[in-house]
Design a protein around this ligand. Structure first.
Ligand code: SF4
Ligand code: SF4
Length: 382
């Protein structure tokens, strides 16, 4: 295992973190709890959970493990979370921390997340006078938590904006070998300012292991695309911890094996991947953002084009894209969208600026049709 500094905290964290969001809830909770001990024995010292994970069982499973790991409690770090949209007062924020501590059988949480910041309004809500942040500061003063951190689905420039306010000590964001340009500005800023960066979703929500045959260009000789994707995050100097949602001991072994012989990606590796992405699918959006500057409609073009990458990478059907866009509207990269695909006036500014020379206008037309069906489906369900 390799260990890295978590920002300026002085903590040395394992490059592989235990994400408590993938337990098999059909199994006995004690069997799941054993996985944490197993991970600890393999060198993992960063354990991440939250209420609601795994049908709300994750914190309880962690609690069982914490009781068994009491003797080494000062040698590992535990994180939990609460959302500003639910814990919107200081009092509710404190109650959420106390509830997590009780379920976890702990006196203190090392990291506590302002959870699931999908829009800037969520962050503003957390920071409002008498809001969640104030409650967390009180918890910190009382020794219930050590570090206040933030988990986000925003894109890089919005993450940077938040970090510049210097209210939190680190971020958790979805970063992987396929989407990293989208959040890179935030990751880079966090690292340069001395904040910890934790990557979640290193396998793109299972998309990489499921599509290994299309993604062989990610890997070096003798390496699987899944291992390459893990190595990409684990070895990245700017990322302190890569969270993996573990279900089995084999998953832990696989991530630890990657970390044990971790060879960082060199710039040439990254160039090779970018080249392959554009050679094999020369229509891939790289997330560079050049198209955004002159859109009179303020359409989040880069986010839409990154979403469209799925068609090029994986040949998804219309039905899959309709479901995917609905998901992205609620949870993904399109939650915060000042305008929709149908608002495009076809002025052509973006196509002129696009570094990949993509036919953005036609793609937005296709996407607008998917968005329309997704909206109709939603209306029917009401
Ligand atoms: S063509 Fe459409 S998306 Fe592109 S800049 Fe013009 S309005 Fe915006
Ligand atoms: S300029 Fe082109 S490649 Fe870059 S983000 Fe915009 S659409 Fe994607």
């Amino acid at each position: 295992m390799i260990y890295k500094e978590y920002g300026k905290t002085g903590l040395k964290v394992s490059a592989v973190g235990f994400g408590g969001m993938q337990f098999d809830t059909e199994k006995d909770p004690q069997v799941n709890a054993q996985l944490l001990q197993y991970a600890w024995d393999r060198g993992i010292n960063f354990f991440d959970t939250a209420p609601k994970y795994c049908k709300d069982q994750s914190e309880e499973i962690f609690g069982l493990a914490m009781q068994q790991m009491k003797s080494v409690r000062d040698k590992f770090y535990v994180c939990s979370k609460s959302m500003p949209t639910e814990q919107d007062t200081a009092d509710k924020a404190r109650q959420a921390v106390e509830k997590s501590l009780q379920r976890l059988h702990l006196d203190k949480l090392d990291f506590f997340y302002i959870w699931c910041i999908r829009k800037m309004q969520h962050y503003e809500l957390a920071m409002a006078p008498g809001g969640q942040y104030q409650g967390l500061l009180m918890c910190k003063e009382q020794g219930l938590i050590d570090h206040i951190v933030l988990s986000t689905h925003l894109q890089g420039n919005a993450i940077e904006q938040i970090l510049r306010e210097q209210k939190v000590e680190g971020i958790l964001a979805g970063i992987n070998i396929l989407n990293f340009p989208y959040r890179w500005q935030g990751v880079k800023t966090a690292y340069e300012m001395g904040y910890g960066v934790v990557a979640m979703n290193p396998l793109a929500g299972g998309l990489i292991p499921k599509n290994e045959s299309e993604l062989t260009f990610l890997a070096q000789k003798g390496e699987s695309p899944t291992d390459a994707a893990l190595r990409f995050c684990i070895s990245c100097p700017q990322i302190a911890v890569t969270l993996n949602g573990f279900t089995t001991e084999q998953h832990i072994d696989q991530a630890c094996a990657v970390a044990d012989k971790c060879k960082p990606f060199r710039q040439t590796d990254i160039d090779r991947i970018s080249n392959n992405l554009s050679h094999q699918m020369n229509e891939i959006c790289t997330g560079c953002g050049y198209c955004l500057k002159d859109c009179p409609q303020n359409i989040p073009i880069a986010a839409y084009m990154q979403f469209y990458n799925d068609i090029l990478l994986f040949g998804k059907s219309d039905e899959q894209m309709i479901n995917a866009i609905d998901r992205h509207h609620n949870w993904g990269i399109l939650v915060e969208r000042p305008a929709e695909a149908a608002d495009c006036t076809q002025c052509g500014n973006c196509q002129e600026a696009c570094t990949q020379h993509l036919n953005i206008i036609d793609r937005l037309k296709e996407i607008a049709a998917w968005e329309k069906v997704a909206q109709e489906n939603k209306n029917q369900k009401k």
